[in-house]
Design a protein around this ligand. Structure first.
Ligand SMILES: [Zn+2]
Length: 265
């Protein structure tokens, strides 16, 4: 039995010989793993489309409890992603996250589109990488159901000024309310208070406005915002904390991206 799917290769693992196990994020069937049999006499087109970051149309055959790639037609290779180590590192992170938050047989076309848009933006150097990364992280978190309420302080209803994003509650608290809550904390905080406090991220007015934009804009305009360095720093920090804490995990590809982006590979 054969299936035709369109998808993005988010992971490849070398198997014995020249076979590769591809993890493909598809719109129709969620995450699909399939063996690309390299020992057959393959056209170069086939090999080129079986690499990480390739978006392609695959004909898969179901046999012996596995899918096997029978035919493949490349749609987009995102070739430029491979020309710069920092771009490659961020693309790897995008693919690892996309593969982590999707599962087999649960179609999630929005996650796929967001990953594709992000790869396209990275490949074409259209936007600063921190903008792409933060927008991707918050948008994915929102698509998974972790949509923060940002319009007003949870405690007093204030709508202006600097706020603190309460990561796990998905709400914001203004600086004044936060200060008064802080004063009421016991002198020697217990572990719980310390941990809770560490999950508050500063959102300046501009970074909060950018976050509201990210969560509401059409996907094709996801990266069309600009922030000054300080505001961007707060948004980046909040985006990463928000996604990782809700997913309850870290990513090796993220660690590597941060190393190469800061010039310390
Ligand atoms: Zn308040």
């Amino acid at each position: 039995m054969t299936y035709e799917v369109r998808g993005l290769v988010v992971r490849t693992v070398d198997l014995s010989g020249s076979d590769k196990l591809l993890t493909i994020l598809t719109a129709e069937h969620g995450l699909v793993t399939a063996v690309a049999n390299g020992s057959r006499s393959l056209k170069s087109r086939y090999l080129a489309a079986s690499q990480l970051f390739c978006y392609a149309s695959f004909v898969l055959e179901s046999r012996r409890d596995r899918f096997w790639v029978r035919e493949v037609e490349l749609i987009e290779s995102f070739y430029e992603l491979r020309l710069d180590i920092v771009n490659t590192a961020l693309a790897n992170y995008v693919c690892e996250v996309a593969g982590d938050v999707t599962v087999p047989e649960q179609p999630d076309p929005e996650i796929l589109r967001t990953a594709l848009n992000s790869l396209y933006a990275i490949a074409n150097n259209k936007y600063p990488l921190p903008v792409i990364k933060a927008a991707f992280e918050f948008r994915v978190a929102a698509m998974l159901g972790y949509l923060p309420e940002l319009s007003a302080c949870l405690l007093c209803g204030a709508t202006e000024g600097e706020m603190l994003l309460d990561v796990m509650n998905g709400s914001v608290v203004c600086s004044e309310c936060h200060s008064s809550v802080e004063r009421e904390l016991p002198r020697h905080e217990d572990d719980f208070a310390a941990r809770t406090r560490s999950l508050l991220c500063i959102l300046t007015p501009a970074s909060r406005a950018a976050l509201q934009y990210i969560l509401a804009c059409p996907l094709e305009r996801l990266f069309s915002f600009r922030l000054g360095a300080e505001d961007m720093r707060h948004l980046s920090h909040a985006a990463e904390e928000y996604l990782l804490n809700h997913l309850e995990r870290g990513f090796k590809t993220l660690q590597f991206y941060k190393e190469v982006a800061s010039g310390n590979p």
